[in-house]
Design a protein around this ligand. Structure first.
Ligand code: HAM
Length: 419
């Protein structure tokens, strides 16, 4: 029998997992710097949570669900993203009345989308995301952009561009969408089948189509600019001004719409410019306000972002050295009648905080050295009958290759000072 992993999934181990964990640690530190608390929600949810209205047009909801009926005949979806689950949990647990606003939450975990797997795109991937629930003004929005940029700064990732757009309030968007529907209906023959289906349901998504977005018919379609109110225009100007003052480089892309339907106002994406990542979006986010209301709470202004951890790790590795894999502190080369003493010694060393390994089926020093070279320990302890009888142990430093002998009773203190 030869059973392989399901298409679009990954086994993560070894150096890849070292890099993954390093990146996750930095993300958790950033969440702490910004005073966000962690939330863990279920990996599966009721399907109705994601399909709330028939107008729902995003690919994630219409095409990419991993859904099934459970034994109780309930329609279940493996979550495709974290935002909706977090808002559900916030309402269900009455967090908005129990905790001070804005409520700042972050999450880390696997997400599932039935997509065509390719470079940087999997069916199971991991996201780190944050949601700021109850944002009050534009300064909160700028702070979230700063937080997203800190992710790339702390991981020393430089090959990216930040794109921002402003997709207006629902009223503005409605006027724009009505005109777009008329415009695209007139040019329907120039559109792909996918886009034809979107003309009436959500013409905005045509801007997001990989093929059609390159066509003149889409490039020349009405832009949002002429529908914006003075208040919205002032907000955009203030956002642009703030980014300039904070020296954050960005590109204003009036055709960038995000893949989910809940956004309005400011939206943003960080796109990798490393050739290894083939223009993949690493981080995406924006502002949304109707979601809390739609899920049974009071309409609340929110903003957040999420990033694909695998994509972030790929961007990190493309520009940085791999995280050092030199993790093992001590290897004990034990031979002769010292195996039980070695078990006892390893136990004491581990309790003192050192990582220790020892292959107790080997008995020859050269075999131990050959084996240890693959584990890359910082120090090798050599322990045979002669050493045992004399109450000593030999320590070989793997960097300097120097060997010293030390009394067993002094070993732990020595290692504490020298590791
Ligand atoms: P999203 O743009 O759908 O936004 O996903 C965020 C990030 O998840 C992407 O930029 C990408 O790095 C990663 N990602 C998405 N799909 C895949 C895939 N198939 N394989 C690998 N990585 C993938 C959201 O999910 C929103 N919930 C973000 C948000 C939070 N907006 C407001 N708050």
């Amino acid at each position: 029998m030869n059973i392989t992993k399901p298409r679009g999934t990954n086994d993560i181990f070894g150096l890849d997992l070292d890099n993954f964990n390093h990146v996750v640690n930095i993300l958790k530190i950033i969440a702490k710097f910004y005073n966000y608390s962690e939330i863990i929600t279920p990996m599966f949810e009721h399907k109705e949570l994601f399909i709330r209205n028939i107008g729902e047009t995003s690919d994630i909801v219409t095409k990419e669900f991993y859904d099934f009926k459970d034994k109780g005949n309930r329609e279940i979806v493996l979550r495709p993203e974290g935002t909706v689950s977090v808002i559900r949990s916030v309402i269900e647990n009455k967090m908005l009345s129990k905790m001070p606003l804005p409520l700042k939450l972050y999450y880390i975990g696997p997400m599932f989308r039935y997509e065509r797997p390719q470079n940087g795109r999997s069916r199971q991937f991991h996201q780190f995301g944050i949601e700021n629930i109850g944002i009050k003004n534009v300064y909160n929005q700028i702070e979230i952009l700063l937080m997203s940029k800190m992710v790339l700064d702390l991981l020393k990732i430089k090959n990216y561009k930040l794109k921002i757009n402003y997709i207006g309030t629902f009223d503005t968007r409605k006027k724009w969408m009505d005109d777009l529907k008329n415009y695209f209906t007139k040019h329907i023959d120039e559109l792909s089948d996918d886009s034809k289906n979107r003309v009436i349901k959500n013409p905005l998504r045509i801007f997001d189509d990989k093929v059609d977005s390159k066509k003149n018919v889409v490039k020349n379609a009405p832009k949002i600019d002429k529908y914006l109110t003075d208040e919205e225009k002032n907000e955009i100007d203030f956002i642009k001004h703030s980014l300039d003052v904070l020296h954050i480089e960005y590109e204003f892309d009036s055709t960038m719409v995000r893949g989910l339907d809940y956004y309005f106002g400011l939206v943003f994406e960080y796109i990798s410019t490393s050739k290894e990542l083939s223009e993949n979006t690493i981080i995406g986010g924006g502002r949304y306000s109707k979601l809390v209301g739609e899920l049974g709470g009071q309409d609340t202004d929110c903003m957040g972002f999420a990033l694909g951890i695998e994509r972030l790790v790929a961007a990190y590795v493309a520009e940085n050295q791999n995280v050092s894999s030199k993790q093992l502190d001590i290897y004990i080369a034990s031979f002769g009648n010292t195996k039980l003493n070695t078990l006892n010694l390893s136990d004491a060393l581990r309790k003192s905080g050192f990582s220790v390994d020892s292959n107790l089926s080997l008995d020859k020093l050269d075999k131990h050295f050959k084996y240890a070279s693959k584990l890359n320990p910082k120090k090798i302890l050599i322990f045979g009958d002669k050493e045992k009888d004399a109450g000593i142990i030999l320590i070989k430093d793997q960097d300097t290759k120097k060997e010293i002998s030390i009394k067993i009773t002094e070993l732990i203190n020595y290692l504490k000072d020298n590791l």
